[in-house]
Ligand binder design. Structure first.
Ligand SMILES: Nc1ncnc2c1ncn2[C@@H]1O[C@H](COP(=O)(O)OP(=O)(O)OP(=O)(O)O)[C@@H](O)[C@H]1O
Length: 266
């Protein structure tokens, strides 16, 4: 594994039942500024891996290092966005994000916090709604607030667990475009779970294909990363132009074939 890797995951394992680990021997690395998606069927352990990276869950085996230091708990150097937006319902957009910003920079004054909050609310196009509470916002807008909040603490790494899963296709598309623009602009390192093959092809530099654990005649085989696919499409790709690019269908078919024939034991 490269010594330059920003995130190093080595031999990670998780067992809720000792004899049947969900996954084992999971190793991968992310370079700084790299966008990596993980794809696999329900139950293979994607969220568990992300929770370990977030420091919200402990692995049963293996190690995770970020920037050379072992991850052993949650920290503001990692920003997490889940499918549910997890905003505080009694606070406005401005207050929700300010809360995170103040935890990150407790020494900042009110004006400094507010200017910072506004910058990130503007980035996701929500300035007109900055003083609204979550129940006055659509699902897509709430998800944008979650993204703005994660970016506002300027984490060293973003961890996204199907952040657009609950959105309609149109909203999802426009937020994907926004996310891509912000990530390109800020050179963020991102680890993202998705079930959507096109989303992975649009966003990711590399795609980890994860296999489910399986009961084989020889005994239990834990889940693992079966293959790492490098995205050969140019980084300037856009959602609208994706399917016109040479190589797009080969890549898409390869991932879909994996999900259909190899991700589950037969
Ligand atoms: N706290 C827990 N106790 C026992 N089993 C758990 C616990 N959390 C997760 N599991 C099991 O571990 C496996 C992996 O769960 P995980 O949520 O990581 O999968 P996933 O790949 O993210 O699935 P999905 O795509 O459906 O979100 C599942 O079989 C799940 O039932």
């Amino acid at each position: 594994m490269s010594s330059e890797a920003f995130l190093q995951v080595q031999g990670l394992a998780k067992a809720f039942q000792p004899a049947r680990p969900v996954f084992a021997e999971v190793s991968f690395a992310l370079a700084k500024g790299e966008f990596v998606c993980i794809i696999g069927h329900s139950g293979c352990g994607k969220t568990t891996i992300l929770n370990v990276l977030a420091g919200l869950d402990a692995a049963s085996g293996g190690h995770v290092f970020m920037d050379g230091r072992a991850i052993d708990g949650p920290g503001l150097e990692r920003g997490v966005v889940f499918q549910g937006h997890a905003l505080m319902p009694w606070l406005t957009v401005r207050q929700n994000i300010a809360f995170a910003v103040r935890s990150r920079w407790p020494q900042w004054g009110r004006t400094e916090v507010d200017a910072h909050v506004k910058k990130f609310v503007a980035l996701v196009g929500l300035l007109p709604a900055i003083d609204k509470k979550p129940n006055e916002l659509s699902g897509g807008m709430k998800q944008r607030v979650g993204i703005a909040r994660a970016f506002a603490i300027q984490p060293k790494m973003l961890l996204l667990d199907e952040p657009f899963g609950a959105l309609d296709a149109l909203t999802r598309g426009s937020i994907q475009d926004e996310l891509l623009a912000i990530v390109r602009q800020t050179q963020q390192t991102v680890f993202m779970i998705t079930h959507d093959v096109d989303e992975a092809i649009l966003l990711a530099d590399r795609i980890l294909l994860m296999r489910n654990g399986a009961d084989l005649p020889a005994g239990w085989r834990p889940g693992d990363i079966a293959e790492v696919v490098a995205n050969p499409l140019p980084r300037t790709r856009t959602r609208a132009g994706l399917h016109h690019l040479p190589g797009y269908y080969d890549l898409r078919n390869h991932i879909v074939d994996f999900l259909v024939t190899r991700a589950h034991a037969h």
